[in-house]
Design a protein around this ligand. Structure first.
Ligand code: ATP
Ligand code: MG
Length: 275
């Protein structure tokens, strides 16, 4: 059973800083591009020949819903623009990219993700399950990955870097925003801003704790029989300081959440596997 060893958290922190600042660093060796088309965010990551992050770009977006690309043109435009930005800054040309998909989607739905890349002139070099990508960035091969995103919460059990079982539940950050909006009588965008304001942390956790507990209960049910697997929490909606403790309270075992839970999936999509 492996723990967080091979990839230091510093690489994830470095990537997060690159995405947030828009700064890139000079790559050493051939670059690899990864594309994560989420419900709340589209994130592109570039790693160099040593698998170190050299740049990233993102956009808040609504092109994917429930694991399905609902805005084809928007997705193609966003990926193309973010790719062009990164290619320009890094001085490289991307001909291919790896793309992350929600685990368990069918071949037809997967094809839509690879078609988005192809419409941008990118060959899909690899299709990787989102939890496998997150685990790659965390340096984990065996464990439970709980991904609390914008539209959904995914619970995946990984063994030898493959998904043994995955459960997807339609509760995520979007629903937290709706809860806050309803409770405080403010519009969706105001609730979304308030949700991410650390100064409002106590108010926000009070409102969304039951949602986190529900997600943790789903994770507990999905992982019966896998109690010995280490648990990792990723996804933007696991950002609250209290999130690991809430999950630990329900799952009754340690839960590890990296400091930058928004970024393991996109970073790990770009990283090479089976080296
Ligand atoms: N600091 C924060 N505190 C609370 N929530 C946050 C924070 N930062 C981001 N979020 C929430 O995280 C969500 C986006 O996370 P993420 O990018 O992991 O989702 P996604 O991959 O786009 O969605 P999905 O996986 O469901 O397709 C949004 O709901 C956003 O409001
Ligand atoms: Mg996601």
């Amino acid at each position: 059973m492996s723990t967080m060893t091979t990839t230091p958290t510093s690489q994830l922190d470095r990537f997060a800083r690159q995405v947030r600042s828009g700064r890139t660093v000079a790559p050493s060796g051939a670059c690899r591009l990864g594309v994560d088309l989420g419900t709340g965010n589209i994130v592109l990551a570039v790693v160099d020949g040593d698998d170190h992050p050299v740049g990233g770009a993102w956009l808040r977006s609504t092109v994917v819903r429930d694991g399905v690309v609902v805005d084809w043109l928007g997705a193609v435009r966003a990926v193309g623009q973010l790719r062009d930005t990164l290619a320009g800054k890094l001085g490289v040309t991307f001909r291919e990219a790896a793309v992350a998909i929600p685990p368990g989607i069918d071949a037809g739905t997967t094809k839509v993700f690879t078609n988005v890349l192809e419409a941008c002139g990118l060959e899909a070099s690899e299709v990787v399950d989102e939890p496998v990508a997150a685990a790659t960035a965390l340096g984990v091969t065996d464990g439970v990955v709980i991904d609390v995103g914008h539209g959904t919460t995914g619970v995946s059990i990984l063994r030898d870097s493959e998904v043994l079982k995955s459960v997807d539940q339609a509760t995520g950050g979007h629903h937290m925003t709706l809860v806050i909006s309803g409770a405080l009588g403010i519009d969706y965008e105001a609730a979304e801003q308030l949700k991410r304001d650390p100064a409002q942390g106590d108010l926000v956790i009070g409102l969304i704790r039951p949602t986190l507990e529900k997600m943790a209960t789903i994770a507990a049910e999905a992982t019966v029989g896998y109690e010995e697997f280490p648990v990792y929490l990723v996804g933007g909606s696991s950002s609250y300081p209290q999130s690991p403790a809430v999950f630990e309270g329900v799952l009754r075992r340690p839960v590890t959440r990296p400091d930058e839970p928004l970024f393991p999936t996109p970073l790990g999509t770009a990283m090479r596997r089976n080296r």
